[in-house]
Design a protein around this ligand. Structure first.
Ligand code: FE2
Length: 402
């Protein structure tokens, strides 16, 4: 399918805002982009799905639609991004550039990005959309909240849904990816999961380190009660951590409106895990399993936040229950959270839906400054810690090992 001509190019987008109060130049520039397309493009507004209404410069409301990107002429997809269109007639449609701009280098000295997502492993378009948007922010690290594959962790499911995209455990992945053991990753066995993430060396829970961040990827399918092997390891690892940023990755959320329906251990998490968060100044708890986005209010005097990032691609389901007291905000959509690490001072979190719209921005101030040493390894497995072996260093191109 070929387009006949392009009558104007997208206008340059405004630079990213420097403060988190205006996280991103959304909505996009008001400059219209006109494309001529052949009839064969079959751009039909009646086949599109209403996404949003946005006020125009003149106070008008433009209607945004989303259409099947397969019907967009080749060469326009990068300009349209998922086919966001505003007006259609026989041979012309016009569109605002739907694609978010490439993130610019942060102003903050030494700032870098990492991403968080969970519950993505079904190989659907929603999954690939979320991951494509995630990559625009050029994260140095991706932290998972589990369920890297659905519905079972069989060779067939990994090969069909995850391996072909060549990232996040697929062969040839290029983004350092820190997995987490979801319930779907371990059924019927964990064999395929560990094949994709050999650098965790069989650890169902482990520590990953990058620059000024330590992340502790835990296994909520197993006990975290005081006295359990996992709790004992975690308490020791947190006590030993000198990283300014401390993050915990779990699959089943600690704070949940659905905890009584989750794995039996989940209801104990606030009592088991909660005291450690305050004691060691954990900044963030990343959770999944619930297929939506939800950010908690500060959970303790240290300001620990839980952020549920379960909209990575697995089928969405309703909230089921009204928002509870601990919950600051939530959103039922596909998306991920990008974190901008502004040195040791603050994290700026941006929740984005798969079309690149930033729908929640928050700042996490640091309570535990100082301590990171250059050259700290990226991944150290629990087994290594237990055995006193030197920690593993994440391969420069982790896909080579995946
Ligand atoms: Fe799950």
């Amino acid at each position: 399918m070929n387009a006949s001509s392009v009558s104007s190019a997208p206008a340059p987008v405004a630079p990213a805002a420097a403060t988190p109060a205006t996280p991103w130049p959304m909505p996009p520039t008001l400059d219209q982009v006109h494309f001529e397309v052949p009839d064969s493009a079959k751009v039909d507004p009646h086949e599109t799905q209403l996404v949003n209404d946005l006020p125009d410069e003149g106070g008008l409301v433009e209607r945004w639609h989303e259409m099947d990107s397969g019907s967009i002429p080749d060469g326009f997809r990068d300009k349209l991004y998922k086919g966001v269109i505003t007006h259609v007639n026989d041979v012309l449609f016009r569109s605002r550039p739907g694609s978010p701009p490439q993130p610019e280098q942060p102003d903050h000295p030494g700032a870098w990005h990492f991403s968080a997502l969970g519950d993505f492993g079904n190989g659907t378009k929603a999954m690939t959309d979320v991951i494509a948007n995630l990559e625009r922010w050029k994260p140095e690290l991706v932290l998972s909240a589990g369920d890297q594959v659905y519905p079972k962790s069989t060779p067939e499911n990994w090969q069909e849904k995850i391996d072909p995209m060549n990232k996040f455990g697929g062969l040839g992945s290029t983004v350092p990816f820190i997995p987490n053991m979801g319930n779907h990753d371990q059924e019927p066995t964990t064999a395929e999961y560990f094949k994709r993430f050999p650098y965790v060396e069989g650890g169902r829970y482990f520590k990953a380190s990058h620059k000024n961040l330590d992340s502790f990827s835990l296994d909520t399918n197993q006990s975290l009660s005081p006295g359990s092997p996992q709790y004992t390891w975690l308490a020791g690892a947190l006590a030993a951590s000198t990283a300014p940023w401390k993050i915990i990755q779990i699959h089943h959320p600690m704070m949940s409106v659905l905890s009584k329906f989750h794995y039996k251990e989940t209801s104990k998490l606030p009592g088991d895990l909660g005291p450690l968060l305050a004691k060691y100044g954990v900044d963030l708890v990343l959770a999944g399993h619930e297929h939506w986005y939800e950010r908690s209010r500060p959970l303790n005097e240290e300001g620990t936040l839980q952020v549920t990032v379960g909209g990575g691609g697995g089928a969405l389901y309703p909230f089921f229950y009204p928002q509870t007291k601990w919950s600051q905000t939530r959103d039922l959509d596909f998306g991920h959270v990008d974190f901008e690490v502004r040195g040791d001072d603050e994290l700026v979190g941006r929740y984005m839906t798969r079309d690149g719209k930033v729908k929640d921005t928050f700042v996490v101030p640091n309570r535990t400054p100082g301590g990171w040493k250059a050259g700290d390894p990226l991944v150290g497995g629990a087994a290594e810690a237990a055995e006193g072996r030197p920690p593993t260093v994440m391969p420069a191109e982790p896909g080579a090992a995946g």
